[in-house]
Design a protein around this ligand. Structure first.
Ligand SMILES: Nc1ncnc2c1ncn2[C@@H]1O[C@H](COP(=O)(O)OP(=O)(O)OP(=O)(O)O)[C@@H](O)[C@H]1O
Ligand SMILES: [Mg+2]
Length: 254
C-alpha cells in the first residue's frame, strides 16, 4: 500500500441505506493530511453518518474507506480497533458517559487502551483538562455542566490518546458566539500544536470560513462540491449559495 498520498482518508463510491432511505449514494471524498476539512450540508443529509463511517462505527453497504491506504472494511475486528486509536472523535452533543464524573470520562480512553498507573493517568487527564480551559471540575457529573463545558470535556477526551486524526461533529452548535469563538480557537490551536488532520462537521458558516482549508458540501448522498472557502464564496451554484446564505432550498421540507 502506498500511503504517501496527501490524503489520510479516502472514501470511494460509498453507498449506505437505512431501510429504504439512501443516505450515501456513490460518495467520494478525500481528507488531506495536516489540514482542516469542514463538512457542511443540511440537517439529516448524512454528515454524522459520514464521520462515523470514517472511524468504522458505521459500515457502508458498498465502497471503500481507506485510512492511510488501508481498507478499514477489510481489517479484522482487532485491526479495526487498532485503526480507531489513530482517531479522536468529538461526538455531536459530546456524548459523555452520564454515570461517570468528568475525570473518569476523560480518563476512559486511557483506561481502555493503555496500561498506565493511576497517578500517570491523573497527570495526563489534568493536563488535557487544563488545555481545554477546565480546572477543578474533575469531580463534577456531566449533568452539572453547561453545554460549552460538556463540549470541552468531550474535546479533552477526544484528545486523550494523542490522535493523528480528529473528527468533530458540530463542536459549537448551540453555543453562544463567545464560546463558539473560544472552541474554534481551541480547535485551531490543537490543530497547530499537534499537527493533526481535522474533520469538522459544522452548520456555522462563519466558523467554516474561518477554520477550513477545505470545505466539502454533502448533498443528496454525494459531495456536491469541494474546495477552498474562496471557491465556495465565489460559486455560482444556487444550492451552495442558498446554504451559505441560510436560505431554504425550494424542495427542502426540513
Ligand atoms: N443508525 C441509524 N439507523 C437508521 N437511520 C439512521 C441511523 N443513523 C442515521 N440515520 C438516518 O440517516 C440520515 C442522516 O443522518 P445524520 O445523523 O448523518 O444526519 P446529519 O447530516 O448529521 O444531520 P444533523 O445536521 O441534524 O446532525 C437521517 O435521516 C437519519 O435518520
Ligand atoms: Mg449530525
Amino acid at each position: 500500500m502506498n500511503p504517501s498520498s496527501s490524503a489520510v482518508i479516502q472514501m470511494k463510491d460509498l453507498r449506505k441505506s437505512f431501510g429504504t432511505q439512501k443516505v450515501m449514494d456513490g460518495l467520494d471524498l478525500e481528507i488531506p493530511r495536516g489540514k482542516i476539512t469542514v463538512i457542511i450540508g443540511r440537517s439529516g443529509e448524512g454528515k454524522s453518518v459520514l464521520l462515523k463511517t470514517m472511524i468504522g462505527l458505521i459500515f457502508p453497504d458498498s465502497g471503500k474507506v481507506l485510512i492511510e491506504g488501508t481498507d478499514m472494511l477489510e481489517l479484522s475486528g482487532q485491526g479495526q480497533n487498532e485503526m480507531r486509536k489513530k482517531f479522536g472523535m468529538l461526538f455531536q452533543n459530546a456524548a459523555l458517559f452520564d454515570s461517570m464524573n468528568v475525570f473518569d470520562n476523560v480518563a476512559f480512553p486511557l483506561r481502555q487502551h493503555s496500561h498506565l498507573e493511576e497517578d500517570e493517568i491523573e497527570v495526563k487527564v489534568l493536563d488535557k483538562l487544563a488545555k481545554v480551559g477546565l480546572k477543578n471540575v474533575g469531580h463534577k457529573m456531566p449533568s452539572e455542566l453547561s453545554g460549552g463545558m460538556r463540549k470541552r470535556v468531550g474535546l479533552a477526551r477526544a484528545l486523550m490518546l494523542d490522535p493523528e486524526i480528529i473528527l468533530y461533529d458540530e463542536p459549537t452548535t448551540g453555543l453562544d458566539p463567545i464560546l463558539t469563538d473560544s472552541i474554534d480557537n481551541l480547535i485551531l490551536e490543537t490543530q497547530k500544536s499537534f499537527g493533526l488532520t481535522s474533520v469538522i462537521v459544522s452548520h456555522d458558516i462563519r466558523s467554516t470560513i474561518k477554520m477550513a482549508d477545505k470545505i466539502a458540501m454533502l448533498y443528496e448522498g454525494r459531495i456536491l462540491s469541494e474546495g477552498s472557502p474562496e471557491s465556495f464564496r465565489e460559486s455560482k451554484d444556487p444550492r451552495i449559495q442558498n446554504f451559505l446564505q441560510g436560505k431554504a432550498d425550494k424542495d427542502f421540507i426540513g
